[in-house]
Design a protein around this ligand. Structure first.
Ligand SMILES: NC(=O)c1ccc[n+]([C@@H]2O[C@H](COP(=O)([O-])OP(=O)(O)OC[C@H]3O[C@@H](n4cnc5c(N)ncnc54)[C@H](OP(=O)(O)O)[C@@H]3O)[C@@H](O)[C@H]2O)c1
Length: 276
């Protein structure tokens, strides 16, 4: 059963894919809760999509800060009501090593730890049919947590690739854990999309990506389809490119590794009882 005005939480809604997705959701009558760092472009987005009916609201969240994630989740939880879908879209690519106040490397915090904690903290509002969709990529980077924590071994593309592989592993482990709450978890690869995401990448990478990238319009339509269409109400544990199921890289498909990484992550973000 899909609500007439489903409630959908979207992170990264000021970005290329997130803003296109929020716009499609708004047109389809969804209540959209936009999570983002406060900015003029966030205000402009809410004004643009909001109209007069209060269906678009925003909650300030910096996904790189676990205390900000906790505060954002508290605000969403206080509002109450069922969340029909949580779309983990936000991500960042940074050329240089940056350490957050929690002691994490910044890409790892924003692209993986933040969404992991947020999703777990929203569990009780997703219960009973909620869909979590995490935007990832078919990354075959092997995960070595110790390496990811070692500043001396930092390599921006390796860390970024690792965050996308971690997003896949998180998705599949969540799908198994969340079954008892009737919550679905899938990953989504948008294909190459024109955006500012890789603006700090080396020029040849940006050049090649620019040649191959397309508009965010199609992936946004597909993401909304997965988020609110009755056809995908029970789908869980899948990796999608568009609305087509694809195989994840083998390196992200090992269930024992997924479970171990989940456990380690829960410890690192100090997740209290109450998560999945
Ligand atoms: N573009 C592609 O070709 C491609 C391919 C495969 C997968 N993807 C995935 O698609 C997703 C969206 O990418 P995009 O291309 O749309 O990127 P984008 O345009 O750069 O958008 C990134 C979004 O992440 C948000 N963000 C960054 N740091 C944040 C933080 N600390 N806290 C909260 N939000 C933060 C940004 O918001 P603010 O800066 O306004 O806070 C922005 O809304 C990402 O997960 C990416 O890995 C993209």
């Amino acid at each position: 059963m899909v609500a007439l005005h489903p409630t959908v939480v979207v992170s990264g809604a000021t970005g290329a894919i997130g803003s296109a997705t929020a716009a499609v959701l708004a047109r389809r009558g969804a209540r959209v809760i936009v999570l983002s760092r406060p900015s003029d472009r966030l205000n402009a987005l809410v004004d643009r999509l909001g109209g007069d009916d209060n269906r678009i609201s925003s909650v300030p969240v910096d996904l790189s800060s676990m205390s900000s994630v906790r505060a954002g989740a508290r605000e969403i939880n206080r509002a109450g009501g069922h969340i029909d879908a949580l779309l983990n879209v936000a991500a960042v690519f940074l050329r240089d090593y940056n350490k957050t106040s929690d002691g994490f490397e910044l890409m790892l915090a924003t692209n993986y730890f933040g969404p992991f904690l947020l999703t777990n903290l929203l569990r009780d509002r997703l219960v009973g049919g909620g869909r979590v969709i995490t935007v990832a990529a078919p990354s075959n980077t092997r995960i070595d947590m110790e390496r990811l924590f070692a500043k001396k071994r930092f390599d921006a593309l390796h860390t970024f690739g690792a965050t996308k592989a971690l997003d896949l592993m998180f998705t599949f482990e969540l799908a198994r854990r969340a079954k008892r709450w009737d919550v679905m978890s899938n990953a989504f690869h948008p294909g190459l999309v024109r955006s500012e995401l890789m603006r700090e990448a080396a020029r040849p990478i940006r050049f090649l990506a620019g040649l191959a990238s397309g508009s965010a319009h199609r992936p946004a339509q597909d993401l909304v389809e997965l988020a609110i269409s009755p056809a995908h109400a029970g789908t869980t544990g899948w990796f999608f490119k568009g609305t087509r199921r694809i195989d994840p890289p083998k390196s992200a498909a090992d269930e024992a590794v997924q479970a171990a990484i989940w456990q380690r992550t829960a410890e690192l973000v100090e997740m209290e009882i109450g998560g999945f």
